[in-house]
Design a protein around this ligand. Structure first.
Ligand code: ZN
Length: 163
């Protein structure tokens, strides 16, 4: 299913703003029910700003015990698209403030909301996926050990607790 908003539609809307409610499954994102987003898409002249909130329940696998668990995804989105090509030196994505990038539309007259949400969800996945405080795998690995790549080998083997 496509979720495309045209630049013309935004420009011709009241206050040059389109309110877009997204509720759909996203290919490559394993979720319980749809991913929901309430987005405000506003023309700032040369730029289009997409902001709002994204929610969903994801099925993730625990890094410690490898069991599947449900993860409540809930984050805010604030993306700026440039209608026309930015100066070459800036490249495809330009960071305008911490965590906020301008994405070049390369002259495209539409914004692909589906693709934007897919990329945003992937970026907002937790670095460490842990099923919960009662995780069985949590007994033998501490937080800092997890971030040590040399400890990666222990993630996949069972260690018996000492008596
Ligand atoms: Zn676990």
């Amino acid at each position: 299913m496509s979720h495309i908003v045209s630049i013309d539609e935004i420009e011709n809307s009241e206050e040059k703003t389109v309110y877009y409610d997204f509720e759909d499954n996203i290919d490559g994102v394993d979720s319980v029910g749809p991913i929901c987003a309430e987005l405000t898409i506003k023309s700032l002249g040369e730029f289009i700003e997409v902001s709002g909130n994204v929610k969903g329940i994801l099925k993730l696998n625990c890094d410690l015990c490898l069991k599947e668990f449900e993860y409540n995804l809930n984050f805010d989105i604030d993306e700026v698209f440039a209608k026309h090509a930015l100066l070459e030196e800036y490249g495809q994505e330009t960071e305008i403030k911490e965590g906020q990038f301008i994405t070049d539309l390369n002259g495209s007259d539409t914004i692909d909301i589906y693709d934007l949400l897919y990329q945003s969800v992937i970026l907002n996945l937790p670095n460490k996926k842990v099923c919960g405080i009662n995780c069985n795998g949590d007994n033998f690995l501490k937080e800092e050990e997890l971030s040590d790549p040399r400890m990666d080998v222990f993630k996949n083997i069972q260690i018996q607790p000492k008596d």
